[in-house]
Design a protein around this ligand. Structure first.
Ligand code: FMN
Length: 195
């Protein structure tokens, strides 16, 4: 079971990085293979909408997105984490999600992420700072890639992993992330058993 975590924050060691690394540590403790990517050191240009990827499934203007696409193909589970910017995902994460159009470039090619499982973590400065809408941004992206979406699972079972304020001090927020990682392992194990 391979799980990829991508932080959409411009801060290498900020709240989003802390929350996502916390999530991946839960998985590592369960012997799950993980990969961590931060967009803070990546150069990714916005999609130009040229649709030249439609025939090949490759962008004609390659950049750091190539490694991210390879990691997406590698993973069975995907955790996207974002700081909340103006009530939504960060621009960095939105640009990355748009560029994932190469994973579903035309109606003639299969969806590369079809049937995989994903979930979101949103880190905002304030409680009710827009975490839920940012999670919905992520969930809509996952659905459009043909993926299954999970939430943070029992016992709270709301929209996903949410942090308010300083991540390492938000024990309830970190608990939603831990619960979600257990829900992710259980969803992927259940899926493998039924293949
Ligand atoms: C441009 C910008 C917009 C922001 N918008 C919101 C917001 O809508 N709601 C909120 O609660 N916090 C907002 N914040 C605060 C960040 O979400 C918060 O500080 C978050 O923990 C940053 O994560 P990071 O340390 O990974 O960068 C904003 C911060 C910036 C820089």
């Amino acid at each position: 079971m391979n799980i990829l975590g991508i932080s959409g924050s411009p801060h290498k060691n900020g709240n989003t990085a802390y929350a996502l690394k916390h999530a991946l540590n839960v998985l590592k403790n369960q012997n799950v293979k993980t990969k961590y990517i931060t967009l803070s050191d990546k150069k990714i240009h916005p999609c130009k909408g040229c649709w030249k990827c439609a025939g090949s499934g490759r962008c004609i203007d390659p950049d750091d997105m190539d490694d991210i696409i390879k990691a997406m193909i590698w993973c069975h589970g995907l955790v996207l984490a974002t700081p909340v910017y103006m009530g939504l995902v960060s621009g960095q994460l939105k640009v990355m999600m748009d560029r994932c159009v190469v994973l579903r470039p035309s109606y003639d090619l299969p969806l590369a992420m079809q049937g995989k499982t994903g979930c979101g973590i949103a880190c905002a400065g304030f409680r009710h700072g827009g975490q839920e809408l940012a999670l919905q941004n992520i969930q809509t992206f996952l659905l459009q890639q043909g993926m299954h979406v999970i939430n943070d699972g029992p016992p709270y079972s709301h929209s996903g992993g949410t942090i308010a304020g300083t991540a390492k001090e938000d024990s309830l927020g970190l608990k939603t992330i831990e619960n979600m990682m257990h829900a992710l392992i259980s969803a992927l194990t259940h899926h493998e058993e039924h293949l």
